[in-house]
Write a protein that binds this ligand. Structure first.
Ligand SMILES: NC(=O)c1ccc[n+]([C@@H]2O[C@H](COP(=O)([O-])OP(=O)(O)OC[C@H]3O[C@@H](n4cnc5c(N)ncnc54)[C@H](OP(=O)(O)O)[C@@H]3O)[C@@H](O)[C@H]2O)c1
Length: 287
């Protein structure tokens, strides 16, 4: 498995996104999700992305964090090099919607609860989930800085941020911003300015919904013909080509494809062994 860097920490170049295991459409049986996480670990994945808001019902906040903690605890091998990246700053009231709560006191409370669920003294990577327009961004990121200063989190990241917010967070965190997680995929390329800025600043860029999201991932090849064409010529899946295309954007890019089945993540990690040539990249980018 090839590695990339988040701050000073080396992680697998492809991570595992935990969201589909805990939101609408999740498996009926958590055991399948646990098998999926174990398959990822077996394949050398050392980055798992989650959030306290990855759940369905209002009374099961942190469903995905608890699932990951259980999977790690029940894994036969060494998990000491696995970075669990969680997020705080959003909530789900249980009616299918999502909301933001970026009040500093809420971010602190959310982090404390995530620490308990993950069963750790300090969270490896804590990401502010999404700007809350009713709270000054500086206040939300200031709360994350305080958690970092106190050692409750080891590294700080942000998500769904624009270039101005990335620079602002970097300043508030005193140069300690290590990651930005924004939507980016063949269907959604408008986070390119943020990706370029992360490349310039040497900050990890974690594309979310890198395959277009759970509802669209299976149709990637039929929606984007160049991905199907390169996949056919290589004898691999369009999803693998898509992840190799992500990796080729910049050395700071670390895709976090979601999975509910072991087969999906195993196919995805194989993308780290693919190097696309210039003609293939041009076809995927401009085709
Ligand atoms: N920061 C944010 O605001 C935000 C928002 C959304 C998501 N995220 C994070 O980003 C992660 C990724 O996004 P996502 O899960 O929404 O979308 P995604 O990664 O684009 O798509 C996930 C779906 O792709 C399928 N899949 C994965 N690898 C595949 C392969 N090699 N071949 C065929 N199908 C494959 C999976 O199917 P199966 O389920 O059948 O295995 C899964 O349901 C999330 O899990 C979450 O951690 C963050």
């Amino acid at each position: 498995m090839k590695n990339r860097r988040i701050g000073a920490v080396e992680v697998s170049a492809i991570g595992l996104g935990g969201m589909p295991m805990s939101v609408e459409g999740r498996p009926d049986d958590d055991n399948r999700s646990i098998r999926t996480i174990h398959a990822a670990l077996d394949a050398g994945v050392t980055l798992i992305d989650t959030a306290d808001s990855y759940h369905v019902h209002a009374d099961e906040v942190g469903h995905n964090e608890s699932l990951i903690a259980r999977a790690l605890a029940g894994y036969g091998g060494d998990t000491s090099d696995v970075l669990v990246a969680t997020k705080g700053g959003m909530f789900r009231p249980g009616d299918g919607t999502w909301g933001e709560d970026g009040r500093p006191e809420q971010i602190r409370a959310a982090c404390e609860a995530s620490l308990k669920r993950l069963g750790v003294e300090s969270i490896g990577l804590y990401q502010h989930h999404r700007p809350d327009l009713s709270v000054p961004y500086a206040d939300s990121i200031g709360a994350v800085r305080d958690l970092l200063d106190e050692g409750k989190i080891q590294m700080a990241g942000i998500s769904n941020a624009n270039p101005e917010q990335i620079r602002q967070a970097q300043e508030i965190l005193g140069g300690r911003l290590v990651s930005v997680q924004n939507q980016f995929s063949p269907a959604f390329r408008s986070s390119e300015p943020e990706l370029m800025l992360c490349d310039e600043l040497g900050i990890a860029f974690l594309p979310w919904a890198p395959l277009g999201g759970s509802a669209q991932a299976a149709q990637l090849g039929s929606r984007f013909q160049p991905f199907a064409d390169v996949a056919a010529s290589r004898g691999v899946s369009p999803q693998q080509i898509c992840l190799a295309w992500h990796l080729a954007q910049s050395p700071v890019v670390i895709p976090i494809p979601g999975a509910r089945r072991p087969e999906s993540i195993l196919d995805s990690v194989a993308a780290t062994a693919l190097t696309l040539d210039d003609d293939e990249l041009a076809a995927l980018t401009f085709g």
